[in-house]
Design a protein around this ligand. Sequence first.
Ligand code: SF4
Ligand code: MG
Length: 318
Amino acid sequence: MFGLKPDFCNVALPETYFSMEDYASSTARWCSGCGAHTILTSVQRLCKEEQLLPEKTVFVSGIGCSSRFPHYMNTFGFHGLHGRAFPVACGIKFRRPDLNVFMVTGDGDCCSIGAGHWVHAIRYNIKMVVLLFDNAIYGLTKKQTSPTSAKGTISNTHPRGSVLPPINPIQATLGLPNASFVAQTADWQPAHLHATIKKAYDHPGLAFVRIVQRCPIFMRDVYEPTVADPNAITVLNHENGIQLDEKILKTFHNVVDHDPSDINKARELAERNNRTPIGLFYQNENADRYDEYGAHNLGISTEDRIDAINSLMDRYAV
Ligand code: SF4
Ligand code: MG
């Protein structure tokens, strides 16, 4: 159909429709082969599937390779300070509950300088999707040991190998009070990646997703064996977990049943480190949410809050 975007071809046209291209901004400048490209595509696909209004959607990030993400989305965005994405995202959602809030962070941004904010954001459980791009290195500053670098990682800060055991972000998050959604996926498993991001978007609180991410520039040796070996991944499977097509599920050699309401089993699975587990470790849709408390505490409805903010902003309009 001449003149129409490709995904308009076989559908009845609604009055307003956003294609994937409508969510894309400038060309992503991550390195060729970087896992971040796949994640960006998956998020733009989710936006299209959910028909998220660009003017009602905001991406917040800190500092690092991953934190360039808001520049590549044709939505609102906030590329902030190192480690400070959590309080910015929490503040936005707390005062503007009508917005779709996504937060993108890296292993250095979240698990080192931002670790204090990470802890409290998990406890606040304010509704948003948090995507932790974990490449186990500081990539933007050219290969320094990060909190998730495996012991022995050769880097510019540890040329003879790092000396401390890494933080396991899944294990750490599962140990925090009020964690309500904890999942892990990998950028080179696009079907699982997308199903995980979709499940996270549907969750009523803070959905924490660690994405094991390839950095072919600085960490090729770390991820290539995992990517190449079908035995290196264990899929956590359950009817309440991440749903995969049967044909795709059959391609994995190691599949274990795991009920995501079982937090003790989730912690046990997170502690094992012989394979990379992907799936939904834990979900509690009824965990307390600080944004709901905020609405009650102010004693006004969400609509009244938005009107109050708009009238305040109008005072500064020129
Ligand atoms: Fe991606 Fe690594 Fe390049 Fe950063 S340095 S853009 S993480 S491949
Ligand atoms: Mg990193």
